[in-house]
Write a protein that binds this ligand. Structure first.
Ligand SMILES: Nc1ncnc2c1ncn2[C@@H]1O[C@H](COP(=O)(O)OP(=O)(O)OP(=O)(O)O)[C@@H](O)[C@H]1O
Ligand SMILES: [Mg+2]
Length: 238
């Protein structure tokens, strides 16, 4: 198993979670440092369930989660957000009735730095959002919505950002742009990233380490450069 770069930001110990008593995440142990940590796996492998569990939106059935050395297992999601865990869900993740600007402002309610300063940084990262700021979020395209959802999470000044398939269903141009932004958020803003992805090829271009989930278990955790096609195929059971 590959080494976690630096001090772990997040540490998951034997975590189990699921829905209505059915276990989906079946005892995962892993650490995430200041890196891009990709979570790969087939449809239904448990990627969304894992990220929602890390964001503390789904109760733990067992195990514990530490963030920056503190146990966050029993905290509600707004508390984990306040401590620096940003979350961009798989579905659109915007308030459809609110404008782009209002969506971003909601994100900026957490934290201490001025809203204006953070808004300027988000517009620098996603210049399209500045142009779209008065538009109602419900009328945005899929790609634009994803930018708003990511921008809103960035307004929270996250230390660790959980991104659930941010490019699913987007056109190739948007996909490339989004992956560039992921690298930029990590490299220039120092944010750790947990990236759930179906698109293994693109994920491996930006990831430092990879966990392949298979039916809620870690098939492997490996440096992205070490992962072989054979392992990937086995992990995806294809
Ligand atoms: N709200 C829910 N209630 C009950 N079961 C659920 C719920 N959400 C997901 N599941 C089940 O949990 C398992 C894992 O689903 P999950 O959405 O975490 O997978 P995924 O890896 O994110 O898949 P995808 O790539 O399709 O997004 C699946 O068997 C799914 O049917
Ligand atoms: Mg999913």
């Amino acid at each position: 198993m590959s080494e976690t770069p630096g001090t772990p930001m997040l540490k998951a110990e034997a975590i189990r979670s699921g829905y209505h008593g059915v276990t989906v995440i079946k005892g995962l142990d892993f650490e995430v440092g200041n890196e891009v940590f990709a979570v790969l796996g087939a449809n239904g492998a448990g990627k969304t369930t894992l990220l929602a569990t890390l964001a503390r939106l789904i109760p733990l059935m067992g195990g514990r989660i530490q963030f920056r050395g503190e146990d966050v297992s029993d905290l509600p999601p707004y508390e984990t957000a306040g401590r620096g865990i940003g979350y961009v869900p798989q579905e659109k993740g915007v308030f459809a009735e609110l404008t782009v600007l209002e969506n971003l402002t909601v994100g900026g309610m957490i934290g201490e730095r001025s809203q204006d300063e953070r808004m300027a940084e988000v517009f620098e990262l996603f210049p399209d959002l500045e142009t779209l700021q008065t538009q109602t979020a419900g009328t945005l395209s899929g790609g634009e919505s994803r930018m708003v959802a990511a921008g809103r999470a960035m307004m929270q000044d996250p230390i660790l950002l959980l991104l659930d398939e941010p490019t699913a269903g987007l056109s190739p141009l948007y996909v490339d742009m989004f992956f560039e932004k992921i690298t930029e958020i990590h490299e220039t803003r120092g944010v750790g990233i947990v990236l759930a992805e179906q698109n293994a090829t693109k994920a491996l271009e930006v990831a430092d380490r990879v966990m392949v989930l298979s039916l809620g278990e870690a098939f492997l955790i490996e440096a992205a450069t070490e992962l072989t096609t054979k392992q990937l195929k086995e992990g995806y059971r294809i």
